[in-house]
Design a binder for this molecule. Structure first.
Ligand code: GLN
Length: 484
């Protein structure tokens, strides 16, 4: 039961084969048994979860209809605000900070009678690819606990893969939903920039951040997206548009769909097994009547450089607010300037400090034009490359990561870990949607493929993802360590 999907469990709830309270208790029990080893959660909220579940059971008993997600326990990345709960961003700086309001996504989920079992681990302020940068220690990959679950939303992915939550929310600034989903054998969707409100998401890089689901299958991704997408006047970058039902996009018909394959995503550094798994997927699409189109996105190779200028620049500005006055942690000093210095020195970990320094450097007088402005220009050229590719195809297929989840400590220098983001950061830089789906295994570990869409092309990537998934139940329905 712990590895069932939202849609399967919904059927069981409405058929009264299972109550929401029973389900919630079962997932809590699973979490309590597994989380000592996995460390997916930073905090739990069982009382609230059980009260929410009881409310759903009352609705079912009264013959009322319930929403797709009602009563089905999930988990929320700990950089998304839930009123009255701590929101730490896995940082000492916010260790005891309690969110004074709900993020918009939480308000929307509350309207669906969601149940949340707690907040999940991440790299500090979502900066990283493994959860090794969490102040509270890393999460472990349920497929092999010697390996990372990916990051920064590693706790969210580990929770779902280990059966400690049915679904979760992550945030993706440069791959933090897709890469952990790929490392944990799950589906992760980064929506188009502006489709999901960022209000109440602790900002990392505001022009790149998006919230999205990490789930067990493509249908669940559509269900969670249905719940969280939509215009929000409190986020000035939110797209004003009518609500859609993404479940309607789930058909297995890919006849005539043009799938672009950019060679630049398959260059050195991408493991042969990853390439082979994606090639097999492309052969499947070809057999199903899709058209495979070679395309070129030459500036993919600049993506990491551009991202690691723009993201730290925005982060250095966003994180300026953590000064020991307005939020969370404070270290006393001999005067106010000393207090700022002591607070920020002790409150942030090494990676966050590195990014703040990098960001301040590229924004400072004399370097602004050479680095930040130049990065913005290359970002535009990258967008032009994608636009050209999308004039020849509807979806772009690419790896989600170079290979399977790596072992703890595999990357001792930050730069080589940054290079691992090569497949994911270009998508954030252009604001496009992308879904990562399980596409095979290597060394007993799952591999992921991205399907990247045009802006607001969620329906197309969901359709392509669904078609593959329906043809390959062996990738989605396999659980780590057998059926838990
Ligand atoms: N790995 C990338 C980074 O370290 C992406 C993180 C994210 O998407 N939040 O910045």
């Amino acid at each position: 039961m712990n590895l069932m999907t939202i849609h399967d469990l919904h059927e069981k709830l409405i058929a009264k084969e299972l109550s929401a309270v029973e389900l919630t208790k079962a997932v809590i029990a699973r979490r309590d048994a597994a989380d000592g080893e996995i460390h997916a959660y930073l905090s739990t909220s069982d009382e609230r979860a059980l009260a929410q579940a009881a409310k759903v059971d009352e609705k079912i008993a009264a013959g009322e209809s319930i929403s797709d997600m009602a009563g089905i326990p999930g988990a929320i990345k700990d950089n998304i605000c839930i009123k009255g709960e701590t929101c730490t961003a896995a940082s000492r700086m916010l260790e005891h900070w309690v969110a004074p309001y709900h993020a918009t996504v939480i308000e929307k989920l509350a309207a669906e009678d969601f149940v949340s079992l707690g907040k999940t681990n991440l790299d500090e302020f979502a900066m990283g690819s493994s959860t090794e940068n969490s102040y509270f220690g890393p999460s472990r990959n349920p497929w092999d606990t010697e390996r990372v679950p990916g990051g920064s939303s590693g706790g969210s992915a580990a929770a779902v893969a280990a059966g400690e939550a049915v679904w979760s929310l992550g945030s993706d600034t440069g791959g933090s939903i897709r890469q952990p989903a790929s490392f944990c054998g799950l589906v992760g969707l980064k929506p188009t920039y502006g489709l999901v409100s960022r209000y109440g998401l602790l900002a990392f890089a505001s022009s790149l951040d998006q919230i999205g689901p990490i789930v067990r299958d493509v249908t669940d991704a559509a269900i969670v997206l249905n719940a969280i997408a939509g215009h929000d006047p409190r986020d000035s970058t939110s797209i004003p548009m009518e609500k859609k039902d993404y479940k309607k996009a789930l058909t297995t018909d890919v006849k005539g769909l043009r799938i672009g394959v950019p060679e630049e995503f398959f260059g050195p550094g991408i493991k042969e097994e990853t390439k082979a798994a994606i090639e097999a997927a492309l052969r499947f699409y070809g057999k199903e009547g899709a058209e495979i189109v070679p395309v070129s996105i030459p500036r993919v190779k600049s993506g990491v450089s551009v991202y690691y200028i723009i993201a730290p620049a925005e982060a250095s500005s966003n994180l300026a607010r953590y000064d020991g006055v307005g939020f969370g942690f404070r270290m006393p000093g001999k005067d106010i300037v000393d207090m700022y210095i002591q607070t920020r020195s002790a409150g942030f970990g090494p990676e966050v400090k590195r990014r703040i320094m990098l960001g301040n450097y590229v924004l400072s007088a004399g370097y602004y034009d050479a680095y930040y402005l130049k990065a913005l220009k290359v970002r535009k050229l990258l967008k032009d490359d994608f636009d050209r590719a999308f004039s020849q195809c509807d979806v772009i297929a690419a790896p989600s990561a170079s290979g399977e989840a790596f072992r703890f400590g595999a990357f001792s220098d930050p730069l080589s870990l940054y290079m691992e983001d090569i497949c994911t950061v270009p998508v954030n830089l252009i604001g496009a949607p992308s879904i990562s789906i399980p596409v095979g295994f290597h060394d007993g570990m799952p591999l992921g493929m991205q399907l990247i869409g045009k802006a607001l092309g969620e329906e197309t990537i969901l359709r392509a993802a669904y078609a593959f998934e329906q043809g390959h139940p062996e990738y989605t329905k396999t659980a780590p360590k057998g059926d838990m």
